[in-house]
Design a protein around this ligand. Structure first.
Ligand SMILES: CC(C)(COP(=O)(O)OP(=O)(O)OC[C@H]1O[C@@H](n2cnc3c(N)ncnc32)[C@H](O)[C@@H]1OP(=O)(O)O)[C@@H](O)C(=O)NCCC(=O)NCCS
Length: 176
């Protein structure tokens, strides 16, 4: 397994302003399972459909168990603001090494916080994490009409080396 380097745990000093929210972005850990389960249970059906390419049947608990099986295979965005939702998971990016120098990546951001820059911050963390783990390629699979995800993939500090569409599903490979 290739793990991304561990950073500091979330705390107010490491949070940053993203749009009009304060969030911390850090590598995922096994102890995030409960927060991640709540995050996926709250995600709308449409966002789950886009995230899992139509497969929306797994519960938040099942997803969280799978995603936190190993430390360091992705990143979480944690809300860092005083109030009832302080500490909640509001974004999740997976980075699953394929054993050949590449990794499959996928993203989800809480519906009410989409379009405020959290996706871009997660992408920055994914690219930096991939580089520090010695990975050279990132593969993303998305519905071809997913404009927001497309923006994230066109923007990072890397380059698209292949882009193919079949049956409405697009596969993009970035060199990092
Ligand atoms: C895709 C997703 C992770 C992006 O996260 P986000 O926090 O909304 O992204 P950002 O706010 O950083 O915005 C990224 C870009 O998309 C644009 N964007 C956001 N929502 C958009 C929408 N509905 N339509 C078109 N563009 C959109 C933003 O304006 C921004 O553009 P910019 O690069 O010019 O600044 C989020 O929309 C999401 O969780 N979608 C559902 C799950 C999903 O589609 N996952 C991808 C499959 S791997």
């Amino acid at each position: 397994m290739v793990a991304v380097r561990s950073h500091e745990r979330s705390h107010p000093g490491s949070s940053e302003r993203v749009g009009d929210q304060w969030v911390s972005i850090r590598p995922i850990e096994r102890t995030d399972a409960s927060g991640l389960s709540d995050f996926y249970d709250r995600l709308s059906l449409e966002s789950r459909r886009r995230r899992f390419l139509g497969c929306v049947r797994r519960s938040g608990a099942e997803l969280a168990a799978a995603f936190t099986e190993h430390d360091g295979q992705g990143f979480v965005a944690i809300l860092a603001e005083r109030g009832p939702n302080d500490g909640a998971v509001v974004g999740h990016a997976t980075l699953q090494p394929d054993g050949t120098g590449g990794a499959e990546i996928a993203f989800a951001v809480a519906d009410d916080l989409q379009g405020r820059g959290i996706g871009h911050r997660l992408m920055d963390a994914v690219v930096a994490g991939a580089r520090s783990a010695g990975l050279r390629r990132l593969n993303a699979t998305l519905f071809a009409d997913n404009a927001a995800m497309m923006r994230l993939l066109r923007d990072p500090d890397g380059s698209v080396v292949s882009d193919s569409i079949e049956g409405g599903v697009e596969e993009i490979v970035l060199a990092v």
